[in-house]
Design a protein. Structure first.
Length: 679
C-alpha cells in the first residue's frame, strides 16, 4: 500500500520516535534506580507471572467503581490486543497483502469488536472526567499538591485520551475504507458498517482515505512515543512490574540500617532518599484517587491525601528528570511540594490506600518514611508524642506508668494468673499488651481473656513484669530507633522463654499481634502468634469452651491491623454468631472497613483539624446498623468508640464490648444456667 518513499519515511520516523521515546523511558529507569536498594528480586519468574496475571485479569481494578472499571477494561484489553493489531497493520502497509479469511477471521473479529469497545470506554472515561466531574477529581483546598499538578492532570488526560481516540478512530476508519474498497467483511462488522457510510466517496477517494487513516493510526503512535514516558499512560507497563515487586505483605515496614545512617541519613527528606520501590510507586500511579477516596483522614476533611503525595512526586520527577536521572541532587525537599507537616501526621496507617490501589502502590510507606526523617533527624513531631516516647523508653509502655503495675489488671480475679516462671511448660503465652495492662476500661478485656483461658483448660501463662510494649506506636510515628530497641529487648525475652518449650503467643491487641507475628522476624524472633478472636474461634470449634447462651443484635468493627493488615475477618464473626448473637454488618466492613482513628500513633496525640473526627464518622455508620452493641477486637478501637458513646445523650449510646468480653459474659450465663439447673 505504501510507496517506496513512504516506507523509507516511515522507517526514519519510527527510528527517531523509538530513539527519543526509548531515551525517555531510560531516564525513568535511571530515576527509579537512584532509589535506595531493597531486595524484591527473589522468585523473579513467579513475581513477574503474578504481576502479569493480576494485570490481565484486572482484579485489582475491579475492587471499586465497577462501571468505571468496566470502561477501563475495554480500553486495557483493546490496547493489549492492539500490540498484535498494529503489527499486522504495518505488514499490510509494507507488503501487498490483505489479511482476511482463514486464520485471520478470528483476529479480525476480536480486533474489530475491541476497537469499538476502546472507543466506548475512552469516550465514557473522558465524559466522566471532564463533563460529569465527580468528587474523585476534586481536592480539599487544604491538601498540598504540586503546583504543576492541577493543570497538568487535566492536560495529560486530554493528551492521552485524544491520542487513544485518534489512534483507534483512525484504525477503524482505515479498516472501514478498506471494507468500502474491497467489500464488507463479516468478521469486521463494525468496520464494514462504517464502510457502508462511505458510499458517497469515489473509488479514488476511498483509496486515499484508506491510505490517510493508515498513517493516522500508526503515525500517531510514533508521535505519542516521546511523550509516553512523561504521561500517566506509562502505568500500562510499570503497573504490572509494581504489582510483581510488591512485598508478600503489602504495607509491611522494613528495618532500617542504622550503621549506614551517617552516610544516608534516617528516613526521607528528598526524592533520592526513597527506596526504589517508592519511586516506582510515583511512576505507576494512574491518578485515579481511589486511595484518597478511602483514606479516613481525607474523608473526614483533613489535609492528607495519599494520592496527592504520589502525584506531586511524579510531577516533580517529570520536572527534574534529566538532572535527577543523571544523579544530581533534587532541588527541594518533599515538604516543599508533595506534602506538609499537617498531612503526614494525620495518617492512621490503616492500610486502606494500599489495599484499594489498583496498581500496587504503597502510599502509606511514603508517609512513614517522611515521619522517620522528621522524628529521628529533625526532632520535629507533635509534642503529645513526647510522653508516649518517654514512657516506652523509661517504663516500657506509652502510658509511662510503672512496670510494677503491669499485672494490676488481674487483681480481684477468683484464680491466680500464672506467670511464665510458675509455668515454664505452658502451651500458650498470653501477651497482655499495654492497653489491657494499664487502661482501666481495657483491663476488662484482659480479665475476660483470662477467664476464657482458664475455662478452656489450656496450659497458659503471662510474662508479667517482663512484658514490655512491642513498640508499634513508636514505629508508626517514625521513631524507628526506639522501636528497634524495644524489639530487640522483647525478642531476647521471648527467645529465652521459648527455649523451655515453644509456645503459641495469644494477644488481645491487633497492633501487638501484627508486630509480634510479622515484624519481629527481622530482629531474630519468629513465633506462632494468634489474635485472641482467632484463638477463641478455635476453642469454640474444638468444643473446649461451650457457648451459645447470648442474644441480641451486634455489629462488628474490623480493626485495621486485624482485617486489612492481616486478613483475619471471619474468625471474630464466627465467634459472635456461635454465641447466638445476630450480626448486623455496616456498609464498610471486612477489608473495606473504616478506621477508628487510633492507629499510626494517633491515639497518643491530638487529631489534625478536619470536618469531623475519624471515630465520629465510623461510630455514626455503626449506629445505623440498628445493633445495640459494637463488638471490637482491639482495645484502641474500643477506646475510640467509647469516646463517641460518651457524647451521646444518656441511654442512647451503643454498648462497646470486646469479643472476649462477649464470650466471658456467655460463659458466665452458662455457669448460671448450670447452677440454676442443679438447684
Amino acid at each position: 500500500m505504501l510507496s517506496l518513499s513512504e516506507k523509507i519515511l516511515f522507517l526514519i520516523f519510527a527510528a527517531a520516535a523509538l530513539y527519543v521515546g526509548g531515551m525517555a523511558f531510560y531516564r525513568v529507569y535511571r530515576a527509579i534506580a537512584r532509589g535506595k536498594p531493597e531486595n524484591r528480586f527473589d522468585h523473579l519468574a513467579t513475581r513477574l507471572g503474578k504481576g502479569l496475571w493480576i494485570a490481565l485479569t484486572q482484579q485489582t481494578v475491579f475492587k471499586k467503581r465497577p462501571w468505571v472499571s468496566l470502561l477501563h477494561a475495554f480500553v486495557f484489553y483493546g490496547f493489549v490486543f492492539y500490540l498484535l493489531v498494529n503489527l499486522l497493520d504495518a505488514l499490510e502497509g509494507y507488503f501487498p497483502v490483505v489479511l482476511r479469511g482463514g486464520v485471520w477471521n478470528g483476529v479480525n473479529l476480536i480486533g474489530d469488536i475491541l476497537t469499538a469497545l476502546i472507543l466506548v470506554g475512552m469516550v465514557g472515561l473522558l465524559l466522566r472526567r471532564f463533563v460529569l466531574r465527580p468528587a474523585d477529581f476534586t481536592w480539599n483546598p487544604k491538601t498540598p499538591l504540586h503546583e504543576k499538578a492541577p493543570d497538568g492532570i487535566r492536560r495529560d488526560s486530554l493528551i492521552v485520551g485524544g491520542f487513544i481516540l485518534f489512534h483507534v478512530g483512525s484504525r477503524l476508519l482505515h479498516k472501514s475504507a478498506q471494507a468500502a474498497d474491497l467489500g464488507p467483511d463479516p468478521f469486521q462488522p463494525v468496520a464494514s458498517a462504517v464502510g457502508g457510510w462511505l458510499g458517497f466517496l469515489t473509488p479514488e477517494e476511498i483509496v486515499v482515505a484508506e491510505h490517510f487513516f493508515w498513517w493516522g493510526a500508526l503515525g500517531s503512535i510514533l508521535v505519542f512515543l516521546p511523550y509516553f514516558a512523561r504521561s500517566k499512560h506509562i502505568h500500562l507497563f510499570l503497573a504490572p512490574l509494581n504489582i510483581a515487586f510488591k512485598k508478600e505483605k503489602p504495607g509491611a515496614l522494613l528495618p532500617m540500617d542504622f550503621e549506614r545512617a551517617e552516610e544516608t541519613g534516617l528516613g526521607v527528606a528528598k526524592l533520592e532518599d526513597f527506596s526504589w520501590p517508592r519511586l516506582l510507586d510515583a511512576y505507576s500511579c494512574i491518578q485515579c484517587n481511589r486511595c484518597q477516596e478511602v483514606c479516613p483522614a481525607y474523608t473526614t476533611g483533613k489535609a492528607l491525601s495519599p494520592a496527592a503525595i504520589l502525584i506531586s512526586e511524579r510531577y516533580e520527577l517529570n520536572e527534574i528528570l534529566p538532572m535527577f536521572a543523571a544523579g544530581k541532587e533534587s532541588p527541594r525537599p518533599l515538604l516543599d511540594f508533595a506534602t506538609n507537616e499537617e498531612s503526614i501526621w494525620a495518617c492512621t496507617t490503616c492500610n486502606a490506600c494500599i489495599e484499594v490501589c489498583p496498581v500496587g502502590n504503597e502510599q502509606m510507606l511514603h508517609i512513614v518514611d517522611i515521619r522517620r526523617e522528621r522524628v529521628m533527624m529533625q526532632g520535629e513531631f507533635p509534642a503529645q508524642l513526647n510522653n508516649a516516647f518517654r514512657g516506652m523508653e523509661r517504663n516500657g509502655n506509652p502510658w509511662n506508668l510503672s512496670q510494677d503495675k503491669r499485672t494490676a489488671w488481674a487483681e480481684g480475679l477468683p484464680f491466680e494468673i500464672p506467670t511464665i516462671e510458675q509455668n515454664p511448660e505452658a502451651e500458650v503465652l498470653y501477651w497482655v499488651g499495654c492497653a489491657p495492662s494499664y487502661d482501666p476500661r481495657a483491663q476488662k478485656i484482659a480479665r475476660s481473656m483470662a477467664e476464657i483461658l482458664q475455662a478452656s483448660g489450656v496450659s497458659w501463662a503471662i510474662l508479667g513484669k517482663r512484658e514490655k510494649c512491642t513498640g508499634d506506636a513508636a514505629r508508626r510515628s517514625g521513631n524507628e530507633y526506639l522501636f528497634a530497641q524495644m524489639a530487640e529487648e522483647n525478642v531476647a525475652t521471648l527467645n529465652a522463654v521459648m527455649e523451655a518449650k515453644p509456645k503459641t503467643i495469644v494477644t488481645t491487641c491487633p497492633h501487638c499481634f501484627h508486630t509480634l507475628a510479622n515484624e519481629y522476624k527481622d530482629f531474630g524472633g519468629s513465633y506462632t502468634v494468634r489474635h485472641h478472636t482467632d484463638f477463641i474461634a478455635e476453642l469454640v470449634s474444638q468444643k473446649k469452651i461451650a457457648v451459645g447462651f447470648s442474644d441480641g443484635k451486634v455489629t462488628f468493627h474490623d480493626p485495621c491491623y486485624l482485617g486489612r493488615h492481616n486478613g483475619i475477618l471471619q474468625e471474630p464473626r464466627a465467634v459472635i454468631q456461635a454465641l447466638g448473637l445476630e450480626l448486623s454488618e455496616p456498609p464498610r466492613h471486612g477489608k473495606n472497613s473504616f478506621c477508628c482513628g487510633a492507629g499510626g500513633a494517633q491515639f497518643w496525640k491530638e487529631e489534625e483539624p478536619g470536618a469531623e473526627r475519624v471515630s465520629s464518622n465510623r461510630y455514626r455508620e455503626l449506629k445505623k446498623t440498628g445493633a445495640t452493641t459494637i463488638a471490637t477486637g482491639c482495645p484502641f478501637c474500643m477506646a475510640m468508640m467509647n469516646v463517641e458513646t460518651a457524647q451521646e445523650p444518656e441511654g442512647q449510646g451503643m454498648q462497646v464490648l470486646d469479643v472476649a468480653e462477649l464470650v466471658a459474659q456467655d460463659l458466665r450465663k452458662r455457669q448460671e444456667a448450670v447452677e440454676q439447673a442443679a438447684d
